[in-house]
Design a protein around this ligand. Structure first.
Ligand code: DLZ
Length: 163
């Protein structure tokens, strides 16, 4: 899977669990929409590539990354999804907003995952510049949406496995 030096879309397709029986929600932030649409395209197409059925993919939008945890929680409470992928893009500005939004979003997503014992995937780009966000949402460094989708498939398979 991707690391800091690797393309976000590089993975060994043969090792990815089959998604034919999986149901997955994607919650997408509207802030930096150009970027989050790229993330959504990546995640959605990656799920299809691994056999998740269109009827089993739910896409919902929320205003900003800060709202992703509540969006994920709402989807878990109101549907029978196996996992939620959260997609957002936070870009460094000159205020402290960046740190607040990033840390609150990350902690919130983790809290929902542990509260409901379901994979809630952190597909949020936290970049210094718009160019970095472009590069990671379907540009030269791949697509974090692809990575988030693969993570969801792997975590669902882990939860469905017998020990
Ligand atoms: C307020 C804000 C700022 C400054 N920057 C971003 C950003 O880069 N990416 C993002 O997804 N959302 C941002 N937001 C909006 C917050 O996530 C949130 O929607 C608002 O504070 C309302 O709760």
């Amino acid at each position: 899977m991707a690391t800091i030096n690797k393309n976000l879309s590089d993975y060994d397709a043969a090792s990815i669990p089959d998604g034919a029986s999986m149901k997955i929600a994607i919650v997408v932030a509207e802030w930096n929409e150009q970027i989050t649409q790229g993330l959504l395209n990546g995640a959605y197409n990656t799920l299809l590539k691994h056999n998740v059925l269109k009827k089993n993919i739910i896409v919902k939008h929320v205003p900003g990354s800060f709202e992703l945890p509540l969006g994920a929680q709402t989807l878990i409470e109101k549907t029978n999804v196996d996992a939620v992928i959260c997609l957002g893009s936070v870009i460094q500005g000159e205020t402290k907003h960046f740190d607040f939004v990033c840390s609150t979003t990350a902690m919130g997503i983790k809290d929902v995952a542990l509260k409901y014992n379901k994979p809630v995937i952190f597909g949020v780009l936290t970049d210094n510049t718009m160019q970095q966000a472009i590069d990671r949402s379907g540009g030269k460094h791949g697509n974090k949406g692809d990575e988030a989708a693969i993570t969801a498939l792997k975590m669902i398979a882990l939860q469905q496995s017998t020990f």
